[in-house]
Design a protein around this ligand. Structure first.
Ligand code: FMN
Length: 253
């Protein structure tokens, strides 16, 4: 079995590590592959995809990676989605994607983790974030157990509202909510280039030592959240918002 993960701010890596640890299996970070636009074939019969939730679905960049990758040896696929609140009707799309790739769909497990979407919302305090993660531990353990035993995840109940969020809002998300031009950098920027290095979409170019954002952003929040100087803003709302990263919590794993 292999655990393949994507993360913007560390939550999904934490959950992926737990699953890989429990199943004593290999952990693969999809970000370097997505950044280089390569899809290494997966030579295994069982795969667990661990991702954040972006607008009630898996991130588009991961969906595209799965679509292009050679997964012909994979027989069973589990999906684990970290989220701040709800994964909407992501299950249906994960099932369809699995069918398209010839993999048996083993279900989707939502895991509530701290909200990281600083461009849109306030993020929880460190103490609150730690409480949220501790509260999710039983769900993470149940998820690990299911995968270890080769069992399907229990079905996720979807309300009409959640169905519509995935169906209607998700397709509009990239177009109406993600604005490359809304990113800016302040005088605190020390030109370290970490933002450009972290950008999985290669959407940040360093020009005369200052980052500039293109229009290929997926809003993973890595640049703004990991900036060592907190010099990056998205519009003006982020000026007063606490940056969130899993690592910043120093959570005892
Ligand atoms: C662009 C974006 C969209 C998001 N959409 C949702 C969502 O639809 N539902 C939800 O519950 N959380 C949503 N979130 C919150 C994240 O899914 C959640 O905080 C996740 O654990 C972050 O994982 P990561 O640290 O691995 O990147 C969103 C976050 C971002 C950055």
């Amino acid at each position: 079995m292999k655990v393949l993960f994507f993360t913007g701010t560390g939550n999904s890596r934490y959950v992926a590590e737990k699953i890989a640890e429990a199943g004593k299996c290999e952990l693969i970070d999809l970000r370097p592959q997505i950044k280089k636009n390569i899809q290494e074939p997966v030579k295994d019969e069982e795969v667990v995809f661990v991702t954040p939730t972006y607008a009630w679905k898996i991130p588009k960049a991961v969906e595209e990676w799965i679509e292009l990758a050679d997964l012909s040896e994979v027989k069973k696929a589990w999906f684990v989605m970290t989220c701040g609140d709800s994964i909407g009707n992501a299950c249906q799309y994960n099932r369809e994607l699995s069918v398209k790739k010839g993999m048996e769909y083993m279900g989707t497990a939502p895991i509530i983790m701290p909200e990281n979407y600083i461009a849109m919302f306030n993020t929880p305090s460190k103490a609150e974030s730690k409480r949220i993660i501790t509260k999710s531990r039983p769900a993470i353990e149940r998820t690990c157990e299911c995968v270890k035993k080769g069992e399907k995840f229990p079905p996720v109940r979807v309300t009409v509202g959640q169905y519509l969020l995935t169906r209607v809002v998700n397709p509009a998300f990239g177009k109406f909510f993600i604005k490359g031009y809304a990113f800016s950098v302040g005088d605190e920027c020390n030109s370290c280039g970490k933002c450009a290095e972290l950008c999985v979409m290669n959407n940040i170019l360093m020009q005369d030592g200052r980052p500039e954002w293109g229009e290929g952003c997926i809003h993973c929040m890595a640049c703004i959240s990991y900036c060592p100087k907190a010099a990056i803003q998205y519009g003006t709302a982020t000026e007063t918002r606490e940056r969130y990263t899993f690592e910043g919590l120093e959570y005892r794993k």
